[in-house]
Write a protein that binds this ligand. Sequence first.
Ligand code: NAG
Length: 186
Amino acid sequence: MRLGLVLVLVLALALVLAVGSQPLDHFPKEAHSLNWGKFSGFWYIVAIATDAQGFLPARDKRKLGASVVKVPKVGQVKVVIAFSRSQGCQSQEVTLKKDRKKAVFRNTLKGVKGFHVLSTDYSYGLVYLRLGRTDHSYKSLLLLDRQNVSSFLSLREFLDTCYTLQLTKEATILPKDASCAHTILP
Ligand SMILES: *[C@@H]1O[C@H](CO)[C@@H](O)[C@H](O)[C@H]1NC(C)=O
């Protein structure tokens, strides 16, 4: 009886793991008809995965990041990002332009090759960021949230997407210290 129950639980767990580890078959999925007006405003960056070596500071210096998104006009977004680095809290602002054909924003002069909102319900957002110059580029996945915490489901989607992007080992949930994030509160 006991053994039977354990077996059922093990099987159920194996099933969950098998289903959970399927790569997204239609990646990169761009949020359909994203409403930039609703997406704009202040976001916390609650988790990050990046293959840019040395982007994240030492464990004890990690903090929540933040981003403020503005839409000055159609086809253009202004993004400010604040992030705790080893040198301290740093913020940067960049204006991105939409690609003529694809649903991606970029500013190659400033080293932003792509800013894709992969998915959002406007309370959380999953952003795939490609940074770099011509020959070299880094990929990062950001989990944005209007709150300083993430929901279980959005975190799950973040981790699934990390898997697709082969960033699983780099996935980092940031400590809930908002001191850097709040430096760019509108
Ligand atoms: C997170 O946000 C809540 C609600 O806005 C606030 O009460 C709490 O102090 C925040 N936590 C941290 C660690 O900043």
